[in-house]
Design a protein around this ligand. Structure first.
Ligand code: AMP
Length: 222
């Protein structure tokens, strides 16, 4: 990154797992490498090789909250999480094109007649309600926090709404994709106030990341 004109470090919120794995090579290209591995270390605030940048490691669904409230200046979050969060307290300047997958409705491969009122298990309760409401289909949404694929197998739900990448997890559990809700990839989000107070540093970071993923620069400049 360019030398800082504002003295405070930029704090980037990121979650462990697939997004972290895919985001680290992108950050490394702009000179930001964590000095600890979050899969090994118990630290939740990580220093990086850039003294002007720190990472905070949070749950994926908490990334927009940290950024909206300014506890982090910048965040990396899946579009699925942002749609479910449904907030407008941050900017979303850049599609990083990583952790790509699809958000889908899925159900048993050998489906019998759908019952009157579908029960849909998901961790995306808001997206699911909106999706079926727009289609005029009455559903009962059952909120789960993981292993959605199990729900139809044990009679908890008729359908699930979940992320699908290769489709192998669905197949291994006798399920098939039924409806494509949206494509998902990870986005860079930016706290609105931080864009003003740390303007030069944040726009430089966004510009460099945009260049490294081959996107046009969202806020002008080279
Ligand atoms: P797959 O078997 O390749 O279709 O992957 C499906 C499983 O991986 C499901 O449990 C999903 O919740 C999870 N998954 C797929 N893509 C992603 C992603 N981009 N980020 C987080 N979880 C994902």
């Amino acid at each position: 990154m360019n030398p800082a004109s504002d003295s405070e470090a930029i704090v980037i919120a990121v979650s462990k797992g697939r997004i972290f794995k895919d985001a680290m090579p992108l950050l490394a290209r702009v000179g930001v490498r964590p000095t600890d591995d979050p899969e090994v270390s118990r630290k939740l605030i990580l220093d990086t090789t850039d003294p002007g940048v720190k990472l905070v490691v949070v749950r994926a669904s908490d990334v927009p909250t940290y950024v909206e409230y300014g506890a982090a200046d910048v965040g990396i979050a899946g579009k699925d999480v942002l749609l479910e969060y449904d907030g407008d307290g941050y900017y979303e300047p850049l599609d990083l094109g990583i952790a790509r997958c699809r958000l889908m409705v899925a159900g048993p491969a050998a489906d019998c007649m759908p019952p009157n009122r579908l029960r849909v298990a998901t961790k995306y309760a808001g997206i699911t309600r909106r999706w079926f409401a727009e289609k005029g289909v009455q559903v009962e949404v059952i909120k789960l926090y993981g292993s959605m694929e199990l729900a139809p197998l044990v009679g908890l739900a008729d359908r699930i709404v979940d992320l699908v990448d290769t489709g192998n997890t669905l197949k291994a559990n006798g399920l098939r994709p039924l409806e494509h809700i949206c494509d998902v990839s990870s986005r860079l989000i930016v706290n609105k106030a931080a864009l003003k107070t740390k303007h030069l540093r944040i726009t430089a970071l966004v510009r460099q990341l945009a260049a490294s993923v081959g996107a046009s620069s969202p806020w002008g400049g080279a």
